[in-house]
Ligand binder design. Structure first.
Ligand SMILES: Cc1cc2nc3c(=O)[nH]c(=O)nc-3n(C[C@H](O)[C@H](O)[C@H](O)COP(=O)(O)O)c2cc1C
Length: 201
């Protein structure tokens, strides 16, 4: 089994979502020693921000692209190929200012490719082309919001991933990690147990 892990915390070794992702990786390696695990740390190796130059590269026909634009398209193609090659995708998502990290948004912007990762049918209905993936989203949040209108990211992630065809999404959340030592430990322990259950052989 191929597992792709996307990390996006800006907090490095202090990151709770990275800690949980590492726990998940250890479980994956223990239960499937011959499988491959590809880790893409979007904070350590940031992708280009989705500005006019980046978006313009993706929208420029191949024959008209500059070398710089072609490099952006090549990068996007690499990310898409890596995603398509994965059977399982683990996405570690810190909540920053009610949103996902900008680094993860840039990744999403680079893999959302019309005609490649999604398309519209003759009836105008969107159809995701990234199918057959088992997706685990690991959320680390300072407060407690899951299942309430304060949780602005779970519906967004499910909508975006579903749009690309990733409909089998399980959310593991460590909430209240900034609400004191006891709440932090309880949140991490609960999330680790959820991951162990999900990733049991
Ligand atoms: C810049 C910044 C913004 C944050 N914004 C929120 C927020 O909007 N809601 C919340 O519940 N926690 C917020 N937090 C707390 C984080 O969700 C928490 O620290 C979590 O562990 C982040 O994941 P990470 O440790 O993997 O980076 C914020 C933390 C930082 C550093």
């Amino acid at each position: 089994m191929n597992t792709l892990v996307l990390l996006s915390s800006i907090l490095g070794d202090a990151s709770r979502s990275n800690h949980l992702a590492q726990h998940a990786i250890a479980r994956v390696k223990a239960t499937d020693p011959t499988g491959t695990v590809t880790i893409r740390d979007l904070a350590a190796e940031p992708l280009p921000y989705f500005d006019a130059a980046t978006a313009g590269s993706l929208f420029t026909p191949a024959e008209s692209r500059t070398a710089a634009q072609q490099a952006v398209v090549d990068l996007s193609d690499t990310l898409v190929a890596e995603l398509q090659a994965a059977d399982r995708v683990i996405i570690a998502v810190p909540v920053y200012n009610f949103g996902i990290p900008a680094q993860l948004k840039s990744y999403f912007d680079l893999v959302a490719r019309a005609g490649i990762t999604f398309r519209y049918t003759a009836e105008g209905k969107p159809e995701g082309l990234v199918t057959g993936k088992d997706v685990i989203v690991i959320i680390a949040r300072g407060g407690v919001a899951l299942g309430t209108p304060m949780d602005t990211i779970t519906p967004y992630l499910q909508t975006f991933l579903g749009f690309l065809g990733m409909t089998q999404v399980t959310v593991v959340a460590a909430e209240g990690v900034k609400m004191g030592e006891a709440a932090l430990n309880q949140a991490l322990q609960g999330a680790r147990a959820d991951l162990e259950r999900l990733l049991a052989a």
